[in-house]
Design a protein around this ligand. Sequence first.
Ligand code: NAP
Ligand code: MG
Length: 399
Amino acid sequence: MEKIKMTTPIVEMDGDEMTRILWKMIKDHLLLPFIDLKTEYYDLGLEYRDQTNDQVTIDSANAAKKYKVAVKCATITPNAARVKEYNLKEMWKSPNGTIRAILDGTVFRAPIVVKGIEPCVKNWKKPITIARHAYGDVYKGSEMKIPGAGKVELVYTAEDGSETRELVHAFDGPGIVQGMHNINKSIESFARSCFNYALDTKQDLWFATKDTISKKYDHTFKDIFQEIFEKEYEEKFSKAGITYFYTLIDDAVARVMKSEGGYIWACKNYDGDVMSDMVSSAFGSLAMMTSVLVSPDGDYEYEAAHGTVQRHYYKHLKGEETSTNSVATIFAWTGALRKRGELDGNKELQAFADRLEKATIDTIESGEMTKDLALITTNPNPVVLNSEDFIKAIAKRLQ
Ligand code: NAP
Ligand code: MG
């Protein structure tokens, strides 16, 4: 069989633990037999990040800007325990955070919908994609405990030294206070990433904040979205037959529950944190979520939404059998291959991505799945496969 040719490489970011094991299996069984795979390889495994003082993460993000398409394996974000376990020189930052800062992107997460893994919300028929603004608000807030009576003010000191003040509260006893910020440029990037992704995936875009209560802060988000939409996207949206819709966050939540899905829901940072966990658990499992970072320049980095599945890795190291779900990692690859195909006008590569996704879904729908799915499926007789046999079952269908 003639292998599918590629013209431009995909940036390949390898990772850690169980997902690193799955990564190799996916390449060996599902990609290399069918594609003349061209990648520029970066090893983001923790050992090599440590060896290079994390330079490899920065290099990989810059490569993603150069080639526009990257696929990333889950990676360890070190904490104190990991510093000890891997004898690290430093507690390196989260690779996802580093890459996101360089690409200035927005993360879009969507469930992979299969028959037999039914969402808790009965009327959800199509995926709901959450777009989370990844900068500022309470995540970059500063806080104070107020010990007793006194007033708290917001003070803005302009470069010329002039001051503007706003009373937060005149306390007559102990309390708490919080200051947070955002930056117009970041909100603009967020808006453009959302509008571009909606056009890309031909889905409606919803955005919601609490602008009736937060008349300056949240209202600025609403205004920036509206302005950019009218100036740059309204026509493109109507040509594509999709809509942009703004509403209050509480109204959005009520509508989401009653909807059948099939749209993108853009959320401020905190709302996105909370709502993405709600949507993913209601749809089934983190192992069935795709995640893509889209920059305002149109660079794409695909990954799985889950972590490195540490517990399974330790079983694997002991020589015990694992049944780790590789679907999200497979879909990270298909996302990247399809996007590469689109950008290069490579129809065969796009068709291969479609076939691999179909083979994966068909395998699960026919009853062959990993243990995590067998526990939640409505299929009465699931066959539980180990990590490698599941991937081999997909390969068999693909052939
Ligand atoms: P995790 O790797 O997502 O795993 C948490 C648990 O969820 C697992 O123990 C497993 O449950 C289940 N699970 C997750 N993915 C699964 C899959 N593909 N197949 C089957 N079960 C799956 O999260 P974590 O244990 O909190 O984090 C482990 C490491 O991942 C950490 O070092 C963290 O820094 C890193 N992390 C990386 C990313 C990323 O790179 N994007 C994201 C999150 C976390 P059972 O054990 O009950 O089977
Ligand atoms: Mg969260």
